[in-house]
Ligand binder design. Structure first.
Ligand code: NDP
Length: 247
């Protein structure tokens, strides 16, 4: 995996951070995006440089088409190629269905689902011209089950990502682009720590492996899907959930 380039959205914290570092460890140069926490992104960049890889941090709201266009153009300009796209940027919400306002529904769908659509639409032509590429979506167990205490809007956005994965896997296979998905359960990040404590504790008690997952454990599945080790896999969703839900 020498001189390969990965773009990880939401790479400043949590799962995205772990993915960016893992991909650097296996030889990728990495572009990471963040929404507002530049200092977190800089800290990840330092880790990646210490691994001897090139890195760039780019402030981007993935929900905005013009921002995504700028992002992808910047990465292409710097390295001339994009081998791996990890659509990780996401926001969660636990607002109950009856209290859900249209604006909140739209915001969650815009970041979690439209963001991935925009990134795929911009990156796919680059991968097509290379005749190779791997796209990995970070969905969620909520997208497979309807969710436990997250909101309907979040679960629907993640189900949409799983469906987009299958659609694009078929659409892009002839260009030798693979599209796969990882569906994490409950992972120890800022996002999970913001969930209501009692509900989180009750959910963790139901995990057969008996604990929260670590971002690095999700990142290993992502690195596998990014690599040639998974060359004959496309359109799949890998659960990384401690056994909490079994397809
Ligand atoms: P965190 O909240 O820890 O990190 C979210 C990341 O996304 C940050 O880098 C943040 O940037 C970035 N981000 C947020 N909004 C935008 C936006 N509009 N445009 C660009 N970047 C944005 O989340 P996690 O690491 O926990 O989650 C990562 C992904 O994994 C999400 O898609 C989430 O839904 C999914 N997931 C997480 C689970 C969990 O239990 N943690 C379980 C299942 C799925 P900044 O740092 O600047 O805010």
């Amino acid at each position: 995996m020498r001189n390969r380039v990965a773009l990880v959205t939401g790479g400043s914290r949590g799962i995205g951070r772990a993915c960016a570092i893992r991909l650097a460890e296996v030889g990728f140069d990495v572009a990471i995006t963040y929404r507002s926490l530049a200092h977190e992104a800089r800290a990840v960049a330092q880790c990646i440089r210490a691994l001897g890889r090139d890195v760039v941090t780019i402030q981007t709201d993935v929900a905005r088409p013009e921002a995504v266009a700028r992002l992808v153009a910047q990465v292409k300009h710097r390295w001339g190629r994009i081998d791996v796209l990890v659509n990780n940027a996401g926001i969660a919400s636990v607002t109950p269905f009856q209290r859900l306002r249209v604006a909140e529904w739209d915001t969650v769908l815009a970041v979690n689902l439209r963001g991935a659509f925009l990134c795929c639409q911009r990156v796919a032509p680059i991968m097509t011209s290379q005749r190779c590429g791997s796209i990995v979506m970070i969905a969620s167990q909520a997208g497979q089950t309807g969710g436990a205490f997250v909101g309907a809007h979040y679960a629907v956005s993640k189900a949409g990502l799983i469906c987009l994965t299958k659609y694009l896997a078929k659409e892009l296979a002839s260009s030798r682009i693979r599209v796969n998905c990882v569906a994490p359960g409950i992972i120890d990040t800022d996002m999970a720590r913001a969930f209501p404590r009692r509900a989180l504790r009750a959910l963790v008690q139901r995990v057969p492996l008996g604990r929260l997952g670590m971002p690095e454990e999700v990142a290993k599945a992502v690195a596998f899907l990014a690599s040639e080790e998974s060359a004959y896999m496309t359109g799949v969703t890998i659960p990384v959930n401690g056994g909490l839900w079994m397809p």
